[in-house]
Design a binder for this molecule. Sequence first.
Ligand code: ATP
Length: 464
Amino acid sequence: MEEGRDDEYCSFSNSGDRDGGLSGCFFLDHVGQVLLSRNHDGLSWKCLDSSDCEGTTCLGIINCENSETEIKFSDIYAVEFVSYGLVHSPKLGLRHAKECFRERLLNTQEMYRFTVHGFQSSPKEPCLWNLAAFTFGHMDLQTCQSWMDQLNYSLIKEVERPRNLLVFVHPKSGKGNGSKVWETVSKIFIRAKVNTKVIVTERAGHAFDVMASIQNKELHTYDGIIAVGGDGFFNEILNGYLLSRLKVPLPPSPSDSFNSVQSRGSSSVPEPGDEVHETDQKEHYPLLPDSVQEVMNFRTVNGSCEGIEDPDHPFSSERPRFGLIPAGSTDAIVMCTTGARDPVTSALHIILGRKLFLDAMQVVRWKTASTSTIEPYIRYAASFAGYGFYGDVISESEKYRWMGPKRYDYVGTKIFLKHRYFPNIFTNLNFQKKTLVEFPPNDLPCFFVQAKHCFFELLIYMLM
Ligand SMILES: Nc1ncnc2c1ncn2[C@@H]1O[C@H](COP(=O)(O)OP(=O)(O)OP(=O)(O)O)[C@@H](O)[C@H]1O
């Protein structure tokens, strides 16, 4: 390759402008000659139409339409140098280009290159993100390097992107392809220079034990915890984290509530003619009034939970961040959050630091009698909690994991045909039935990644 040829290909030199922007002429792989510009929030490029051969550039490469294209820094997850090599002509124009400048084309397509990695939403399914890569070529190595430095500098300024992650992989999740899913997406983490410590679980409860026993000091070295698996696996990790750390008083037991209601001489379920305090009711709905009192004691105006955490809390300045890469059988949490049941989409959300707040619920199983020595049993759930038919299906289906996701259909039918029913729940919960697990329509809780609003959006009392 002859030195100094780039002047011949492109009449633009790299230049800066008053806003700190930068522009320069490059060859975009499979597109042709473009004017690349960097502005305050991203990159844009415009195809150049400097044809000296009908419909082609001076290189003999047919230009694309004179349209502008762009990518925001917030959507770029990596910029990397690619070795000296070919920058391809536009696919459609290759034959015509060869006819025009056969010799010259072959000689001039090799150059220094760098690739900008981002994503594009699928046109048919916007929640689905596909990997996108734009490779720019230039004859001058220095120019490529300086653009890469500038772009990487812009990416560093993108806040809240993780650098170190603790990743749990459930190898038998879903159809048994948890490890394969991680293998696929781990390449994206590597390209984005995100460090990962990976723990592949060996048994049920493994991730729980690690999360419960890991020292806060070590946990603090991670920017988040990622589960590669299904909803059950995600909940196991969440519980391992919360049960050992979140110190909160329990909500009033059903018998306490019942006694206090009795002593006030009224029922928690308003009777016709009862005076109703509308504002309070709306604000606290669907929580029990007594529970709301407890919750409010621990919640500050901005939604943080002062005083409930260990002073040595691993994420004291920020709320803990959790991510989920779907590999399960149902993947309900991912469907409620990213909207696409796709590991690549989830990996990109995590790497780009996208977040949603998580509402989690606390489920308390109380002592069956005041004399009972069994302590209340507490669990947290980030997606749903069930009992009765649903509980039976979940526990029974574990025996048929080898069937994959089909086990739910099989076991669901089997349990349905048994026609078991659960009258106890309703008998015992009779006095609270108006406050039990009723989501206001159009106000479904939003789940995901960052646990911020404490864990009491919904309290469920279970009597067993
Ligand atoms: N290595 C392992 N071997 C057996 N069981 C495991 C292992 N690792 C985790 N588990 C258990 O498997 C349970 C179910 O896992 P997971 O949620 O990933 O799969 P799934 O049930 O197929 O998916 P979904 O919850 O979406 O239906 C977890 O709650 C966890 O306790």
